[in-house]
Design a protein around this ligand. Structure first.
Ligand SMILES: C[S@@+](CC[C@H](N)C(=O)[O-])C[C@H]1O[C@@H](n2cnc3c(N)ncnc32)[C@H](O)[C@@H]1O
Length: 319
C-alpha cells in the first residue's frame, strides 16, 4: 500500500502522465464553470474580463488554466482586437480559433518557462488555484498532522506539519482546538500566485476562484472530487478532479489588490440588464430571446450561495 501526502498524491493524480487533466474530455467533460457548461455564461464572463482589460489599457489576455480554450473563444468574439493566449497542460486544442496562441504547461503550481516578461497584459486564472494541490492537515488534539492517502482515497494521519506550512497554518487558519479539525494549507497556492505574478512585468493579474477569508475558514476543510458531472469522494487515481477552496486573502498582501465577489463585480461593470421590453418580442424575436437568455445567465453567474460568491482577486502589476 502506497501512502502519500494529499499534496503529492493530488499532484500525480491530476498532472502525472495519465493525470485527470491530461485526458481527452477535459474539465468540461466533468463539471461546469462560469466559462463553460452554462448557456451564455462564458460570454458574460468574457465580457467581464474584456472590460477589465480595456479599463486597464491591456492589449493582451493570457488565460492560465484555460481548459480547452472555452473562455478565450468567447473573448475572441466580444473583444476581437485583444491578443489571446491560453495556457494549460494539454497541447493546443485543434478546434481553437486560429489567432489564439497557446502554451503547454507542466501543471499544478508549475508554469511554463515561456510564460515570462509579460507586458500590457491581463493575466486571468479562472478556477486554477483550487486545483493547485496543497497539504491537507488534521488536528489530533495536540498537533496538526499531515493527512496521507492511498490510491483508493483511504486516509490516515502522517507526521506533524512543520516549517513554512506550519507557519502558514498558525498565521492564517484560526483553530477551534477540536480534535478532527481540518485545514487546507494555502502556502502552495500563495507560492503559485507569487510565481505567476513574477512572470508579469506590467499588467493586471486576475485570479478567480471559490474560497474563503480568515473569518470564514471551513472547520472541516473543503477537499472534494468531481467526476462526470457529479460531486464525489476525492480519489487520487486520475479518474476524478480533486479540488479545495482557496484562501483568497493570503495570496498577496498588497493594498493595491482588490478582492471582490463576482456578483458585486458584475454589477459594478454594468453587466446587469433589466427585463427586455415586451414590444421587442414582436419587433425582433431573436433579440428578445437573446436578452432573456442573457438575463438567465447573469442570474446564474451572480447567484448568492453559488457562482455569485466567487472571489475575484484583481491586482495591478508594475503599474
Ligand atoms: C478547474 S479547471 C478550470 C478550467 C477553466 N479555466 C474553466 O474555468 O472552465 C482547471 C484547469 O487548470 C489547468 N491547470 C492546472 N494547473 C495548471 C498550470 N500550472 N498551468 C496551466 N494550466 C493549469 C487544468 O489542466 C485545468 O484545465
Amino acid at each position: 500500500m502506497t501512502w502519500q501526502s494529499w499534496r503529492t498524491a493530488w499532484h500525480d493524480a491530476l498532472y502525472g502522465p495519465d493525470g485527470f487533466y491530461r485526458q481527452a474530455d477535459g474539465p468540461a467533460g466533468h463539471f461546469a464553470t462560469s466559462a463553460q457548461g452554462i448557456p451564455g455564461g462564458g460570454r458574460l464572463l468574457a465580457r467581464a474580463v474584456a472590460i477589465l482589460a480595456e479599463n486597464a489599457g491591456c492589449q493582451r489576455l493570457i488565460d492560465v488554466g484555460a481548459g480547452r480554450g472555452e473562455l478565450l473563444t468567447e473573448v475572441s468574439a466580444v473583444a476581437p482586437t485583444l491578443q489571446l493566449t491560453g495556457v494549460d497542460v494539454v497541447e493546443r486544442p485543434a478546434d481553437l480559433p486560429e489567432p489564439i496562441d497557446w502554451l503547454t504547461s507542466p501543471g499544478g503550481a508549475d508554469l511554463p518557462d515561456a510564460l515570462a516578461g509579460v507586458r500590457d497584459t491581463l493575466v486571468v486564472a479562472h478556477e486554477w488555484l483550487d486545483v493547485v494541490p496543497c497539504t491537507v492537515a488534521e488536528y489530533d488534539g495536540a498537533v496538526w498532522r499531515t493527512v496521507e492517502v492511498d490510491p483508493t482515497g483511504v486516509e490516515r494521519l502522517g507526521g506533524p506539519v512543520a516549517g513554512a506550512e506550519l507557519q502558514w497554518l498558525q498565521s492564517n487558519w484560526p483553530s477551534d482546538g477540536l480534535i478532527g479539525a481540518r485545514a487546507e494549507i494555502g502556502e502552495s497556492r500563495d507560492a503559485a500566485y507569487r510565481a505567476l505574478r513574477s512572470r508579469i512585468d506590467n499588467g493586471l493579474l486576475v485570479v478567480v476562484d471559490y474560497g474563503h477569508l480568515r473569518d470564514s475558514r471551513p472547520r472541516r476543510g473543503t477537499l472534494t472530487g468531481y467526476r462526470h458531472g457529479a460531486q464525489c469522494s476525492p480519489v487520487p487515481d486520475g479518474s476524478t478532479d480533486i479540488t479545495a477552496h482557496v484562501a483568497m486573502d493570503t495570496l498577496d498582501a498588497r493594498e493595491s489588490r482588490e478582492l471582490v465577489r463576482q456578483s458585486t463585480l458584475f454589477d459594478r461593470l454594468g453587466l446587469h440588464t433589466g427585463p427586455p421590453p415586451i414590444e421587442l418580442a414582436s419587433q425582433d424575436p431573436p433579440a428578445y430571446l437573446q436578452a432573456l437568455a442573457d438575463r438567465g445567465s447573469y442570474a446564474q453567474l451572480t447567484a448568492p450561495g453559488g457562482l455569485g460568491d466567487f472571489w475575484w482577486s484583481i491586482g495591478p502589476v508594475g503599474r
